[in-house]
Design a binder for this molecule. Structure first.
Ligand SMILES: [Zn+2]
Length: 184
């Protein structure tokens, strides 16, 4: 189907992948735009199946935080082809769906999502969560010899406390979220 949005998406898809700055500028503009056009273009990019652009579009849609487009995002997710890679690029789309569903459920914070993480995943980087205003990192415990760090975090909305442990992989870092329930 050719429409003006798919043409705009095609232009974005044709940007030289080495030109990270230009790509970041484009997604930043799509993030800041509040008109429905920006969502249409992002949905086109999401459905492209391009490993980089599908993930960037998913992250941008999650940050825009409008659950209105959930049915379309889910439909696109179903049709995305598997690609060889170290991790399934479609996980980023699953994460966006999870975040938008959480917003639709009127949750202010993401504690429900952290609690859902089963062991290590690349889904919630504590620094990103802090930057987006969801949590505060209260303390960092660096285990130099074992090459990992524990981040002690507090939710800015409900006050739940989390210990996040990272695991530096070869290509990306994984995080494990555990709730702190003691009274210390
Ligand atoms: Zn919370």
């Amino acid at each position: 189907m050719t429409n003006k949005f798919s043409k705009m998406a095609e232009r974005i898809l044709s940007i030289d992948i080495e030109d990270q700055e230009k790509i970041d500028r484009v997604y930043d503009a799509l993030l800041k735009s509040s008109d429905s056009e920006s969502f249409r273009i992002l949905l086109e990019l999401l459905s492209s199946g391009d490993v980089i652009h599908t993930q960037k579009a998913a992250d941008t849609l999650a940050l825009k935080g409008d659950p209105k487009y959930l049915p379309e995002i889910k439909e696109i997710r179903e049709k995305l082809p598997a690609r060889p890679g170290l991790r399934d690029y479609r996980q980023t789309v699953d994460r966006a769906i999870e975040i938008l569903e959480n917003i639709r459920n009127r949750s202010k914070c993401r504690c429900n999502l952290y609690a859902l993480q089963n062991g290590y995943s690349n889904r919630y980087n504590p620094y990103e969560e802090q930057k987006e205003g969801f949590i505060s990192i209260v303390k960092e415990d660096v285990h130099e010899k074992e090459y990992y760090t524990d981040y002690y975090c507090r939710c800015n909305f409900c006050g739940r406390r989390w210990k996040v442990t990272d695991e530096i992989g070869y290509h990306y870092t994984l995080y494990k979220w555990e709730e702190i329930t003691d009274k210390e």
